[in-house]
Ligand binder design. Sequence first.
Ligand code: SF4
Length: 237
Amino acid sequence: MTPAPPRGARTRAKLTVERLAKLYPAVTELVHENPFQLLIATILSAQTTDRSVNLVTPELFRRYPTAEELAAADPAEVERLIKPTGFFRAKTQRIIAASRKLVELFGGEVPKTMEDLIKVPGIGRKTANVILGAGFGVPGFAVDTHVIRLTNRLGLVKTRDPVKIEYQVCSMVPEEEWTALSLRLILHGRRVCDARRPRCEECALNDFCPSSLTRPNRRMRRGRPIGEAPNSDIKLA
Ligand code: SF4
């Protein structure tokens, strides 16, 4: 059973939606022209930056523009093209296997439902939600490492389980905001709420974030701010 969100989480979720909407566009930084390209780019983005994926995908998609063509690709050639993204042998296997499954099950098209997307090897709920939201405009809340960190620091959830986070946040936020909120949390995690050194002093969520290190008039007890989110991962010096 999914536990109830922490106290005050709904109000913080509402404020988070409003503030981040003023700061960031609701976009993925993975360059793509269609759902197939987004699916492949998302698989390639594991353990690397979107920037390094964007460097290799133009040539990859020029050589293999469809699932049929990538399914029949020479792995050595694909490895060469995607090498800069790291883990290139495993990723080559994954994108070829995913393309083959798209051909086998869906006629080479990317399916539009969670149920079908997770039948494709290499596609979990996170990737499926990215594809649904950014590829088809179907509301989906993708939970990656940034979203896990930020939703906990902001006191929206008290769990690191991606599925529980997805259900809890979706229960507090209107459906039409799911995709945008996930994309914006990822951008905020990359630019401000860094895993090791959160820049709380310049954060637009500072005044209500229970993990903020710089909230005005914050009282301290035993070196930790009073009211800190119980599962905040921020360690004070
Ligand atoms: S106030 Fe600090 S911990 Fe809270 S979201 Fe902003 S950067 Fe992250």
